[in-house]
Design a protein around this ligand. Sequence first.
Ligand code: SF4
Ligand code: SF4
Length: 621
Amino acid sequence: MRELTSFQNSAVFMLGNEAIVRAALESGVQFVSAYPGTPSSEIIDRMYEIRRETGVRVEYATNEKVSMETAAAVATCGARSLCSMKHVGLNVAADAFMTLAYVGVKAGMVIVTADDPSLHSSQNEQDNRFYARMALVPMLEPATPQEAYIMTKAAFDLSERYGVPCIVRTTTRVNHARGIVRVGDYQPPQDTLGIKGSFVKDPFRYVVVPMVGRRLRMELLKRLEKLEEETELSPFQSVKGDGKLGIITSGISVLYVEDALRDLNMIDRVKILKLGMTFPLPKSLIKNFLKTVESVLIVEELEPYLEEAVRAIAQEAGWMGKIAGKDYIPRAFELNVPLVRTAISKFCNAPYKPRYEAIPADTLPSDLPQRPPNLCPGCPHRTTYYEVKTVFGQEAIYPTDIGCYTLGLLPPLSMADFLICMGSSVSTAGGFSIAQDKPVVAFIGDSTFLHAGIPGLINSAFHNHRFLLVILDNYTTAMTGHQPHPAASMTREGLCEPKVKIEEIAKASGARRVEIVNPIQVKKTIDVLKSVYEDLGKDAGVYVVISRSPCPLLERRVIKKPQKVFFQVDESCDGCGRCLEELACPAFYRENSRVQINRLFCIGCTVCAQICRSVKPVRLS
Ligand code: SF4
Ligand code: SF4
């Protein structure tokens, strides 16, 4: 990661997220905080890796609201700060965000919100551009890693000049694209002894009681007027090309439009308005653009954010040309060049003859091997699922949460019945437990429990809901890349004593009974679960079982735990298939009437040998 700090005034091949990191460093950022979430995670991960040499204070927060609040306080003390999050993270932080727009900041504060069109790794594909419009804070939308770099620098500047946090809104294709980025000068500070800021008390600005809020609301609207002037002149708004057909676009869609026009041989015949600052929108610029064309197509991913605004601006200007958007461009999922090309060719009757025929997905051979999302071989979550299902059965209701264990969704595990957001397993388990009679077992990971699970536990304990909460503690925030958290027993630096103990939080939150098991010890764990099941039948309350065993991937990477055995199935296997149907470790496969274990996949966790006598260890030399 040295390249993030060592290159000066040169062109560097980097990820969009790394370009944001580099820009923040060059902008003198002193504090970065985030809860990891794809596609934004690399921003805080890279910052964390270089924190010592850069002197930037980097914190993995327990959730996005916490990260935003901490970064806001730092920026209020006059030190530049950044917080990054995936799109749904802004929902968690929204309460802080909406009022922070009123209070404002003293030094530049950048909020990176990374949207995920097509839901590559998210529960929804919301369009966070509307958050900027709702909070009335400026928003920049890069299209490439180079723009991510330039716009992040500009966002710090804009934020500081207007005393308001600035959003840099990206999408997965920008965060995870790699490209050449021309970076500027960066010299790590000689003195890396922490943040230098100061707080000047001003309760009539910082304590937003209604009287203060009313005044700040008026100031916010005044600031918006100034920002409206700024956006008209922003260097990120540009017009290029010529012709009577116009296209208005922003973000990654800009690249799809340019490629599509090249394919259609129309690059010189279309006039493109590329918007880089998308809140507030440059009304005069859009009006003037409309006057020079006869019809306009708005190309944007997800919601008709630009389209609605352009329709209103056109109406105000009395412009009578044709406006099209979502009637040509899909509203769901990511765009791509063929989709945009088809839309443009239909919109302006420009026939396009593809060089080759695309094969529709539904005509692909159906016997191609499928790779459904799956828990890793030896994952302790799989074993916990096996044990819980052995005791509670298939009929129990299993609310689950966000993390690796969501992968328990598919058969044969089928251990996920309800999930809407971080922490929802706990509160919904409470709801299920009072609304129906089947046993309820909720699953949540260690990091997710700290992020959003604790309030639900307190609520359910207080209201005497009746369910078992299984906290799947694998010592880390595994799914987003093994980031640390306050209850983690293992970080990328090695084993550590956790700062907070989940069992103590659970007790203090009012859990009726708290047990800690090691899921790899199958019989012992099942005995504990049976005893909890009995208690659950007697008395209402929240029962907590912490199923604690490290993520094997992290264990092997961090403490380099050597593998001593692998397992194989001997000839006594009668092919009953229990191992495949109930445990379903990906190392198993069926060959003729017997089950075999793929030696390369088996990590020697021992679980299958505990449930079937035909599985035997083989010692590795
Ligand atoms: S390995 Fe054991 S559980 Fe799996 S099919 Fe053979 S006998 Fe059945
Ligand atoms: S020991 Fe068994 S359950 Fe564990 S990884 Fe190997 S095959 Fe899978």
